[in-house]
Design a protein around this ligand. Sequence first.
Ligand code: GLC
Length: 749
Amino acid sequence: MKPAAESNSDPATNTLPDDAAGSSPLLARIEALLSQMTLEEKIGQLTQVSGNQAQTGPLSLASADRDGLRSGRVGSMLNVLGAHYTRAHQEEAMQSRLKIPLLFAHDVIHGYLTTFPVPLAEAASFDLQAIEKSARVAATEAAAAGIHWTFAPMVDVTRDPRWGRVTEGAGEDPYLAAQIAAARVKGLQGRQRGDTDAVLATAKHFAGYGATVGGREYDSVDMSLRQLWETHLPPFKAARDAGAATFMNAFNDLNGVPATGNRYLLRDILKGAWGFEGVVVSDWASIGEMVSHGHAADTRQAAELALNAGTDIDMESSAYRKHLPALVAEGRVSLALVDDAVRRVLRLKFELGLFEDPYRFSDPAREKALLGHASHRHAAREMAARSIVLLKNGTRAGRPVLPLDPALKTIAYIGPLVKAHKDHHGAWAVTLPEVDCEKFIVSPWDGLRQRLNGHTQLLYAQGCDVEGSRRDGIAEAVAAASAANLVIACVGESAAMSGEARSRSRIGLPGVQDDLLQALQTTGKPLVVLVNAGRPLIINSVAACADALLYTWWLGSEAGHAMADVLSGDHNPAARLPMSFPRHEGQIPVYYNHFSTGRPRQASVEVPWAGGYIDVETTPAYAFGHGLSYTQFAYADLQLDRPRMHADESLTVTLQLTNTGPVAGDEVVQLYLRDRVGSVVRPVMELKGFQRVHLQPGESRELRFAITRESLAFYNDSLQCVAEPGWFDVMVGASSADIRLRGSFELMD
Ligand code: GLC
């Protein structure tokens, strides 16, 4: 059962009617050019090859296919960086018969030269404005470097921290992920298409990639269509509605059909029901990989399946270039479908103004002026501080361990990541060979030393490596700790341990870092731990050792400054976890918006005949939405402006929030709903609103949330999007496990 198509395209093929040319000068220009193109030139527009300034997949083609550029057999390139190189490749393309300009694409995932926190860290900020600003800066720098198109945002929802690519997304919740997807698309695409401070966005990986079996990279995905629509599609729909110019296939099969050749995903949903008029690009060689999937007998059949299913551009497999001419000649792929794909590509090039000036993005002066600009670094530092999650803050001698006491005489800064630089860029950072990471990235050591500015002595010991079993540095670390008044440990994964092709079956601290922390704890000194990772780690023993615990993810170019801002109290942390943190790998998947089941889980493993495990609590170590602050907030006076609502109405929830603590701070107020009874069972709670609010000490503010039909709707067993009459619970709190106020209302129809 599939949702009905809602667009004006031809349902059979989702191609726009070719009389569209009469409707606008742009379409007339596209038709005029299309009419001059040979089949080989058309297929050239559907062929994308990699340059050699980065490698993001197993190279299958000679890099930078020069002949293809001059003969119009290449329409776009990825991994070509900088005004100089993009201009050089464009000049070759301008030697082709029709002088159709190239598009240049790159994975600008969390910044170009100025690197922002990894996307999962940014999601922890629950700050849509800051996230949009981050994408705006990334687009400004990338466009200044000649890039037209970024393969971002990655919007895959995932509940499995073993999967290395969790670092690229927005975590486990479809609502949060959808809000962030829209913010990132708007930030990347800016005011209007063709602005030279904006790039084309890509919603990826369409779809279901975050649900691979076992969190294993490139593995299968098998789920009900209801789960697909309810959990995994909302961020893609949000990206589409925000105007994302392109979509990218996922590597996985979905219920046995590879996403690259999945007509249901690409033609029924994306180009059909959603009326998407942009471009679908394959993931790296994913067309050819349908042979490995066992879905195509050879790359010829793979090309036929992919184009007929709705994949417009072939990245790096060269299947289209090799086989489409014969497939069209034999009628196995219609010329109309090829033309539709080419129209979509040409439209982007016209909209970017590349036919008027193919070099308008390749401007060395703009590149020099904008990359790494001070205002960009300031935005990165602010975003990084807003992404740090305070998980624990104990007290010593009657005062909280954090923020650091300015009277401290000596601090020992210990761990394998204290003086690291490149690691703090995290996965998918753009590597520019001319950039000296040691100078460009602020290490934790640099950041705190600058902040303390000599008022407090700072001791250093590495203690151990990130990985490996060497323990001979622990004694030196203990000695440094013993000589200090307080110890800060900076531990975690290496940046290369998360990201693509980085799934891990065990997600604790690697190496002997746990031993280092336990040795430091024996000194009896207050111990602050910073955990750097691209994913949730299992940190039970870390939390047991630490007096205070900050989750610092991978924070980008300004990592050290942001950590120092939070450690010193210059920035009061307020970020919240966008994913549940498991107590054990055996708990995975653990997520907050689960079903009640017939025998609901109990907090204690002692309760007989209850859901869950007998050997570990069913609750996560840290809940979705959890995060602490240096101040405290009181929630009061929940009001619903009506006891019941009709589906065409909006119900308003209000409450009073007060900063009852000693310092100013932000609070991320979260609104959850529960649909008590449904024609299909409904989650025990679902995030349906959040606000990050800044209050001075003693300040109170009324907050308002609107509940509409959209907040209540879900996909029923017939895949219809419905809101069913009945009672709903309203829960407002500081996390999914810290509900402060409750209410309820009835939906009447
Ligand atoms: C990679 C990734 C994808 C990326 C593409 C181009 O394999 O799966 O996210 O955009 O190839 O680098």
